[in-house]
Design a protein around this ligand. Structure first.
Ligand code: SME
Length: 151
């Protein structure tokens, strides 16, 4: 099963209509995205809780690291640069944080509010190598922008 991004975006828009609580929105996005695609083995948010520090937020999958500084890992790189990180092989990414040894590839997207502030990163990990494409980056970026620009 591969994500149908237009359908996923429509489902999330409908489920979250009128909602402005960040955690309620994140929990709903995580649930819908995680179950939309069999490549997605861990799906979750790391929220910016203080300068240069991410803490785990709503997620699905096995437990993840609770705290990630901006200086570390793929999540930290997304937070630092404000750019989508698509890592085909986590073993070749210097500083990758291995929360699950089964993870082979991942995508991490920055999440901005309506003022353009970074509020979180959205991390999807796959047990398959090179699981993520440009279509995932585009589809997920569009969903995140439409949901979180209302904050
Ligand atoms: N792989 C991430 C860490 C988060 S967990 O895998 C859930 C990283 O290197 O940023």
């Amino acid at each position: 099963m591969t994500a149908d991004y237009p359908a996923l975006a429509a489902a999330i828009a409908s489920l979250t209509a009128g909602e402005t609580d960040a955690i309620a929105l994140m929990a709903t996005v995580v649930c819908e995205v995680h179950h939309s695609d069999s490549r997605f083995d861990w799906t979750g948010f790391y929220r910016v809780v203080e300068p240069e520090l991410l803490k785990i937020g709503p997620y699905q999958g096995g437990h993840g690291c609770l705290v990630i500084p901006f200086s570390r890992g793929v999540c930290g790189a997304a937070a630092r640069t404000g750019k989508v990180q698509r890592v085909a092989n986590v073993e070749s990414f210097a500083g990758h944080i291995a929360c699950a040894t089964s993870t082979r590839s991942e995508i991490v997207l920055p999440v901005h509010d309506g003022k353009g502030e970074l509020i979180a990163v959205f991390d999807i990990d796959s047990d398959r190598p090179d699981a993520f494409t440009e279509a995932d980056s585009d589809g997920l970026s569009a969903i995140l922008a439409s949901v979180f620009s209302r904050l």
